[in-house]
Design a binder for this molecule. Sequence first.
Ligand code: COA
Ligand code: AMP
Length: 628
Amino acid sequence: MTGHTAAHAAAAQNPDAYWMEAARDIDWHRAPSRAFFPDQGAFGTWFADGELNTCHNALDRHVEAGHGARTALIYDSPISGAAARYTYAELRDQVAKLAGAMAARGVGRGDRVVIYMPMVPEAAMAMLACARLGAIHSVVFGGFAAPELAARIDDAQPVAVLTASCGLEPGRVVAYKPLLDAALAQAQHKPRFCLVMQRPQAPAELTPGRDEDMHAAIAAAAPAACVPVRATDPLYILYTSGTTGKPKGIVRENGGHAVALRRTIRDIYGLQPGDVMWTASDVGWVVGHSYIVYAPLLAGLTTVLFEGKPVGTPDAGTFWRVCAEHQVRVMFTAPTAMRAIKKEDPDGKLAARHDLSRLEALFLAGERCDPDTAEWSAKLLGKPIIDHWWQTETGWPITAAFRGLGLFPLRVGSGGKASPGFDVVALDQHGQEVPRGTMGQLAIRLPLPPAALNTLWNAAERFRTSYLSTFPGFYDTSDAGMVDAEGYVWVMGRTDDVINVAGHRLSTGEMEEVLSGHRDVAECAVVGRADSLKGQVPLGLVVLKSGVNRPEAEVTRELVARVREQIGPVAAFKDARVVARLPKTRSGKILRGTIRKIADGEAYAAPATIDDPAILTEIAEVLARADA
Ligand code: COA
Ligand code: AMP
């Protein structure tokens, strides 16, 4: 029996014993009496009578244990030329002062704080400062536009917004303050104050009575102590794309999160205190929450916070320069990043300039990894390439390979085996388990393990209908795939309106809502089309209202601009085409799956329910003409 098999069996057979043992790695203000409380929440809760503080566990406890001089965070920003290192003691002190500044302005336990910041150390400090006060942070990714920020502000109702004057993208400075101002003008809810981190690339005008300089506020503040909270109190809300324009507020609880994440550093990533871990993602995504900020610090590692891109900052050797310079042992990124590097440095000439002997493994997630990219990465680095399957909802890998438990053979194209605590099955449409090796809808038998969501912010009923009602007794992942005879899980793609663009999760339904709002559009469909760099990119087909005679290029330009203004540049919506009609079933349902197949040049058959098969040929012709 491998270490993984034993751990998985232990978590399945006696979850209380398994998770109580894991909980011993956490400092509790009040230790939980048991792990699982089946009668609370939609399917039970974890560690419900425990009390702790996540920031204490991430920072103070390491300082108190004599590790204050260890490096906690390395900031490396090739895009700005900035670099910094913070020891655990320094990071604790900065976070305590930022928390003090927020507390002095009225932020307390249970209050929400929206963080709209680029990849700077202050973003991590802001998250930890909220955790210190028992406040609930909600980080909004910088690539979202003002209406998205406004929607999150209205849903989370924050007391404060923490932001920076700008973010830096290759070749352009993204001024955040005007975006925040526009969002606050649109939002019904008004936060009491905003703290703005001024950056030299584009200092912002502060709005008197509302905005204050973050660094000045930190400098003037008295440090705040950690506030103990209930294990079930939310640590953060992270909004993610669902099938509609209204994002889902994933709620992460303090207790289960701390326990599960700390355990993953040992078992999945195989790291010990003092090791360097680098996750090249963004704090705006779940991967950034879990593996740039919380898990590495909970486990006493050194984390790297990187402000740059895999290519162009300045070149495709940047990742390898960072690994060598900071002695990174484990790196984590999205397959898209590796595809971008492969395109620019196919023979690995830039990688060869750096000493990568300290790097032990590369973890990938965020989207399906094509075998080519996995094999190319393995050849380039000569280290294990570990694909692992994730969702914002779960907060940590559902499946993985387990470096800390004795690595089992990796299978290219599979996301590994189920993590301890996750019972992954493939179901048919009636909720019956399909035989091993057969494709189905991937689901997780309830209860979900610690750290996974057990509600949505302000939307308990939506949580049930979105995740729990399709297959009673299971959490529906909305991913299709299979579990093979040896327990490897193969994830094939989403079965809903969610697409993964460059590892970023986006809703085609939301893009359709934006296109439909254009005055000339009668109806539309958005599908995710295969893309050799980004995995998928959105493609919009629109039917114009009768009588509209404007040039097609003018309308499509407006549609592209509209998605950028309303959702944000991250949507990467650049391709809109006008068609005469959309293919539909006789009952009027748009055949998006068939449109996607046509767009990807895959074989397709007209579904038996189609209203008029000739439309498929029309669509194929429009796409072929435009592609040419
Ligand atoms: N703030 C403002 N704008 C942002 C942004 C941010 N934080 N992040 C991305 N954008 C913008 C980009 O500048 C780009 O704008 P453009 O249309 O003007 O060029 C747009 O959003 C699309 O961004 P992206 O999809 O990232 O494409 P890109 O061409 O800039 O970069 C890659 C391509 C492959 C380098 C990049 O997508 C990448 O690094 N991907 C890895 C993703 C990742 O780490 N995901 C986390 C999951 S683990
Ligand atoms: P997010 O919530 O942004 O982490 O996106 C979650 C979705 O990304 C999943 O539902 C999958 O569709 C996809 N995904 C994440 N990791 C993987 C992976 N390793 N293999 C295949 N798909 C993945």
